[in-house]
Design a protein around this ligand. Structure first.
Ligand SMILES: [Zn+2]
Length: 541
């Protein structure tokens, strides 16, 4: 244990410490020197190193775990959503509520300025349907409006916004997208799916640097307050966003650690500069290249091999051709990047595995950690292929909480047993991280790792009903998924994810020990304190 003088020293004592280090799974105390863990042991072992320069934090026998690592989220988008009209269902319960909230926002804005809403879930609205252009016209006919479903794959625009985008009765559906139409008149209803959303999104002036910087700070506060100390932004494609992260982290001192997954669209620029996965430092670094293969399950746009039970004939949408997928995967892999492809339906997952197989054949790499983002609707054959190839699935069990009943309705009881099959992954020795995909989830609690862990452990939806209970995993395993395995998913398990000497001193202090309470209570556990690099960055008020 090192004790150089002049360096900040902190001792965390009297703790119920869950280390995620298999050699020493529990401890009472930790010595931190600078931003690293220097020693882990019993109180008496660590107390021997305390001198007058050491700050001592008495944990009062509370539970301390490694800081949670959310290896797939959208912190910038989440931060922006915290600034947009909140259409999440709940707190919104009906289209009428939503219209009222949009009207209030529009009243603060001049005519013609965009009103943006996020997070609605048609499945949970009283009306059980998507809002349409006419509903939104009622809220504000003189401002263009776009609201996006919580999955991020379906949006609704009002008439003015459709008109600005030139979308009429005669517009053809774009490749990989759909413009919903009124069955009788053929008029667009305002509901836009997949790539059709881009027809509108491209008209919205992007957030400026100050807005983005603020958005990230707002999001970071929320993550840190839930014990999350590292997050990956699963899809960055603008220099402004990269700059905003730098400014927020380096100038504003936001302590949340960030991995940037870069969109495949800017691969050429990155490789021209020689940038590869891992570029950066422990606070802000470049991660994988992100590619999107299909849509979402709850939006019925995930590409499945058998039609959805409640949408006969619909097998979802592949957003990308097989050739293009092969090409992008290979180019990213060759350029020295880890690759993460968004694939939720089994048809999309199989296509991604095919592309990975080809890329690895052309350029074998032993430790590739090629990722499949979400990897939602699996089959035994898919799990076997993932195991054999050493691919990292990146599932979000939290989806099964707010959207589990929608999954059940879309997939039926048999197929849903293979939705986010964590137990099958772990039993096959597949290193499985956990993450939130926030804000692409339904409900009011979007980022709580403890809620994700609760769902992984109980397989219960927010209705309290079980969903594929065969896939339940143990609490300790779930904690490992959200810490050490998530560090593995970003190639950072050498510096984070467990409490071991030499690793970064990132911790979450919890209100209760999730391994020692009734399963049903895990979701109510909260972070009382969050530590990043040995510094306390959040304390529950
Ligand atoms: Zn995502």
């Amino acid at each position: 244990m090192s004790t150089d003088s002049g360096v900040r020293k902190t001792a965390f004592i009297h703790g119920n410490i869950i280390t995620m280090d298999s050699e020493k799974p529990r401890a009472e105390a930790i010595l931190v020197v600078g931003d690293r863990i220097s020693g882990v042991g019993s109180d008496s072992e660590i107390e021997a190193f305390i001198d007058k320069g050491t700050e001592v934090i008495d944990l009062g026998w509370r539970t301390l775990v490694p800081g949670f690592i959310d290896c797939h989220a959208h912190p910038m988008g989440y931060g922006e959503s915290l600034m947009a009209v909140d259409c999440r269902t709940p707190p919104v319960s009906s289209i009428q509520d939503m219209v009222a909230a949009i009207r209030r926002k529009a009243e603060e804005k001049p005519e013609g300025e965009w009103v943006i809403g996020v997070g609605y879930d048609d499945f949970k609205l009283t009306e059980r349907r998507h809002p349409n252009r006419w509903d939104l016209d009622e809220a504000a006919p003189d401002n263009p409006i776009i609201i996006t479903r919580m999955c991020g794959h379906v949006s609704v625009a009002n008439s003015l916004a459709l008109q600005m985008a030139g979308i009429t009765k005669d517009s053809a559906d774009p490749e990989g997208g759909q413009i919903d139409r009124d069955q009788e008149t053929g008029e667009p209803t305002g509901v836009l799916r997949g790539s059709a959303m881009a027809l509108l999104y491209k008209l919205i002036p992007p957030s400026d640097m100050e807005q983005l910087r603020r958005a990230f700070s707002l999001a970071a506060e929320q993550f840190l307050a839930r014990g999350v100390t590292s997050v990956s932004d699963a899809g960055v494609d603008s220099p402004l966003v990269v700059r905003a992260y730098q400014a927020a982290i380096r100038e504003d001192g936001v302590p949340l650690r960030v991995n940037l997954m870069m969109s495949a669209g800017i691969l050429d620029e990155l490789s021209r500069l020689g940038i590869q996965t891992g570029f950066g430092d422990e606070r802000l670094r470049i991660g994988a290249i992100k590619i999107v293969a299909d849509g979402s399950s709850s939006g019925r746009t995930a590409a499945v091999s058998e039609p959805y039970v409640d949408a006969p004939g619909n097998t979802g949408i592949m957003y990308i051709s097989r050739e293009e997928l092969d090409e992008k995967v290979l180019a990213s892999h060759k350029a020295g990047f880890q690759v993460g492809v968004h694939a939720i339906g089994d048809r999309a997952i199989s296509a991604v595995l095919d592309s990975y197989e080809k890329a690895l054949k052309e350029l074998p790499r032993a430790d590739h950690r090629l990722r499949i983002e979400h990897c939602g609707i699996c089959t035994p054959a898919i799990v076997e292929r993932i195991r054999g190839m050493g691919v990292v699935p990146v599932p979000q069990p939290i989806f099964l909480y707010g959207e589990g009943e929608s999954y059940r309705a879309g997939l039926g009881e048999e197929r849903v047993k293979w939705a986010y099959p964590l137990r099958s992954f772990l039993e096959n020795g597949i290193v499985t991280p956990m993450s939130s995909d926030c804000p692409a989830t339904s409900g009011t609690e979007l980022i709580s790792p403890l809620l994700g862990i609760y769902v992984a452990v109980t397989r219960k939806t927010d209705s309290g009903r079980e969903l594929g209970p065969e896939q339940r995993i143990g609490v300790e395993d779930a904690l490992k998924c959200y810490t050490l395995n998530s560090a593995y998913a970003t190639f950072e398990d050498d510096v984070k994810g467990s409490i071991e000497p030499g690793k970064l001193a990132d911790f979450a202090v919890l209100s209760e020990d999730p391994t020692r309470i009734a399963e049903g209570k895990i979701k109510d556990v909260y972070a009382e304190m969050t530590v990043v690099g040995g510094r306390v960055v959040y304390t529950r008020p």
